[in-house]
Design a protein around this ligand. Sequence first.
Ligand code: NDP
Length: 327
Amino acid sequence: SAPIRIGIAGYGNLGRGVEAAIAKNADMELVGIYTRRNPSDLVPLNAGAPVFSMDDLGGHGDHVDVLILCGGSKSDLPQQGPELAALFNTVDSFDTHARIPEHFAAVDAPALANKKTALISAGWDPGMFSINRVYGEALLPDGETYTFWGRGLSQGHSDAIRRVAGVSGGVQYTIPSEAAIEEVRSGSRPVLTTRQKHTRECFVVLANGASEDAVRAEIVGMEHYFDQYDTTVNFITADELARDHAAMPHGGFVIRSGNTTDEHAQVIEYSLALESNPEFTSSVLVAYARAVHRMSQAGQFGAKTVFDVAPGLLSPKSAAELRAELL
Ligand code: NDP
């Protein structure tokens, strides 16, 4: 059958990751990269990829089966999500957890009115971690769910460091506590404080004349970002920052620890170890684009989340193939 025609709206880390992921999926074809910048300024991974202005999207409704929205959660997706769900089947990675219900409602109305399928908040958290939290709670109703993140680069915390006076560059890694994870894996269902679950490690380049002690004190005491954690601050050179800290690793663990009877503890664990957070997130978005295409063909319109998508719809294999091979 004809390949699924995918468009990419916004070309940053996720946009590049989606382009790479499409190349790994034989049933998909990249039909357009759309950007708010001047299209001739973009350098796609594949020099031959078609690049258009975001303004052209209005006329491209018939050329794109699913548009993957790769804008930022803070200000791009709240605006682009509802606008583009009126014109296309969409997938996004909206990750502002507290605002997901609001985003769902904003996308649902235009999608339903225009018979489009709009999957929001796919990725790994929200996304694959959310699915594993649901499985854990449903299978072990008497239990606790634990999410640990890292070792990983946190964009938000790295931005916060870079805003400190006297800092010219820096990154922050979130590190899960091995001791806490082992305790959870034992089935003992511990109550863990924020400080016990994760530590934070910063690599900072000082601006000329700035004081290490002053910068360290400012970072470790920063409200909401660092004050509830044990934080170490390492000072490095700009060259070291560029050489050793340009990758975007991430990952973590979702663990459900429950009891089926007083005698028996049961532990479920899902873990991710990602060398590139955006490339993995993009791979998830692309698999969900396949599901969205099928749901749209089946007349399942409106906003959806990962909870609404049957696992078999993610696979390029047919339901009959999956039954024969994987059951
Ligand atoms: P980027 O900042 O790399 O890109 C966001 C947008 O900014 C792009 O769509 C692009 O739009 C624009 N842009 C990118 N590079 C440039 C540039 N050099 N100059 C000007 N504009 C640029 O964000 P990411 O791709 O890293 O992440 C996008 C979102 O993904 C994040 O906000 C996060 O919320 C979400 N995310 C979700 C995850 C999950 O598990 N659910 C995991 C990881 C991320 P345009 O081309 O139109 O200019």
